[in-house]
Design a binder for this molecule. Sequence first.
Ligand SMILES: [Ca+2]
Ligand SMILES: [Ca+2]
Length: 288
Amino acid sequence: MARFEVIGRKPPFDELKASIMYNHWLWPEPFVKRVAVHDIDGDGSDEVVLAGGMNTFAVDGAGKMLWAYQEDPSSHGSRPSLHELVFADVNNDGRDEVVGGASDMWYHGAMIAIGPSGEKIKQYRSDGWVSGVTAALCHDFTGDGTRSLAYGTRMGGVFFYPDPADMRSRWYRRFADRVDVLDVLDGGDGDGILVVAGGDTGWVTALDRQGDRVWAAYVGMHIRAMASSTRRDRLTVACEGGEVLELDGQGAIVRSATLEGSPSLLLSPPGDEGVVVGTREGRIFRLE
Ligand SMILES: [Ca+2]
Ligand SMILES: [Ca+2]
């Protein structure tokens, strides 16, 4: 098996902080768990959506709050903010809505779609109590312009809506372990296949758009981060013990590297065949 070449063991994270510019505005929220940027009102410029402690906020580019969304606690007894944030057109009006799910374990693993005034438009299904949404993505799997919605839960469920505007289009698969990461590979015919991993069982599983299994690869380690390449023909996974593996489009492991530390982030920069791995210890590695 080929080995990755590990480049750039330096600089440590503290040196990188020095290059971060001062903020133009500051949003006073004590617990920010996720920040995402997308045009959610269709005016051509992006808004900022952030998941706080109990609220999900939309803020414009000047820092002005557009809306705050708080889950109704009556249906499930808690007020979680929506940490897993994606953007999909849930009502076929040509404009993307915020779709988010909370990972709090006392919460049902549902996804909530929020309209342009902060109102709840619809709720996608959960797989039960003490679940919670742990990963979500939106992607055009067939190239027809419709971005499908996929999300995974603490209970090991994967929900998939080929058309998020059509609730009846859903399929659901249950895995033996929690879902931590989702990504998309090219299935070879131009259509995307959904790749699912997570938990302690150490498997990577690829499903087609109908939910049928295309392949499953045993990695044997807890996968903490995953990213497909720009052309979606390769998949890189980073595991708890520092092992980084590259899989081809059929799930065969083709390259590997062992890093010092516990990987927590993995990026595949656009147009770049390499990957960047961040560790919990504050180091950044570039593999190519
Ligand atoms: Ca906008
Ligand atoms: Ca819409």
